[in-house]
Ligand binder design. Structure first.
Ligand code: SF4
Length: 304
């Protein structure tokens, strides 16, 4: 049955430089008539991500295929009466994973196409490129193994996944540099938000840049990712305090609505609200939080 389907190559894309680079090579290899650029919209995306995605789509010559659940992450939390956090983020499952699986099954059922998925995950260090192995010491290779295993076991039939930056493009690729300097496309502002705000004389953003933080480590959900940890939220507080406040208010609305002592962040295994976090940052100084090594695992969103 599977053999009868025509392969369709699908780049998972939501504003990442690595996935943009991988999408370009996918189209060069298989031709745009056999490829798709796939985006699941959470409605929390930063506006500049759309600009980037459409410029990339133009450069590659492929339209974006967008699917949309229609709810924001907050609406998903309300529906489930569960506030997303680093361990369990229903927003990712509902707005990204489910939407993706439904779309892929429809491709099989309605168009007789067999999807092959492409991800822009790169290994952290060159010498660790190689087979995708869950016991790898490299976090990103472990994450790739997790994604592969998911698509092998979860859909009705296994779906092939490819990670060209780990498996086939063995050279060290500076995707961000290539996109900016060779393709002439500015990266999403989220990658350089701290630098930009520092130029505007935001003192906390200046501090972040002095500590080597130029922006957010991933460009999803406008810096509001509930899987982010202390460093992520310290960066948000430093760079876009209004956006931090929005998230603080969202958390507060949820707590009041369900009368639950829950929070996005945790401290010593207990609820630790963004308000508590902000007060600690203001009292203790932001440095130690900017330098905090988060152990949280970003959702699949951050690899596309
Ligand atoms: S990026 Fe974070 S907040 Fe957005 S959908 Fe994924 S897990 Fe949820």
């Amino acid at each position: 049955m599977t053999n009868a389907r025509k392969p369709v190559h699908i780049a998972m894309f939501s504003g990442g430089a690595g996935s943009a680079y991988v999408a370009y090579h996918m189209v060069q290899t298989y031709g745009k008539e056999n490829c798709k650029l796939f985006f699941t919209n959470t409605l929390w995306e930063d506006e500049d991500n759309y600009r980037f995605m459409y410029e990339i789509a133009d450069y590659i010559g492929l339209e974006i295929t967008e699917v949309l659940d229609g709810r924001t992450p907050e609406e998903v939390f309300i529906d489930y009466k569960f506030l997303g956090n680093s361990r369990l983020a229903k927003c990712s499952e509902e707005l990204k994973v489910r939407q993706t699986l439904v779309y892929l099954e429809e491709l099989r059922d309605n168009e007789n196409l067999e999807p092959i998925l492409y991800f822009g995950i790169a290994p952290h260090e060159k010498h660790r490129r190689g087979p995708i192995d869950s016991s790898s010491l490299d976090n990103n290779i472990q994450k790739a193994a997790g994604i592969r295993s998911f698509y092998e076991h979860f859909p009705v039939e296994a779906i092939e996944t490819r990670f060209p930056l780990i498996e086939t493009i063995r050279r060290d690729i500076d995707a961000k540099g290539i996109i900016q300097n060779e393709w002439g496309i500015k990266l999403p502002r989220m990658y350089t938000a701290a630098l930009q705000e520092a130029e505007n004389n935001n003192m906390l953003a200046k501090k972040a840049t002095e500590l080597g933080i130029n922006g957010f480590s991933h460009a999803n959900c406008g810096g509001r990712c509930v899987r982010g940890g202390f460093q992520h939220y310290a960066t948000l507080y430093a760079v876009w305090p209004d956006q931090f406040k929005e998230q603080e208010k969202m958390e507060e609305r949820f707590r009041e609505r369900f009368n639950k002592d829950v929070s996005i962040l945790k401290r010593s295994g207990k609820a630790y609200t963004l308000k508590n976090f902000r007060e600690d940052v203001e009292r203790e100084g932001i440095e130690k939080y900017l330098l905090f090594k988060d152990e949280t695992i970003p959702c699949v969103c951050s690899f596309s």
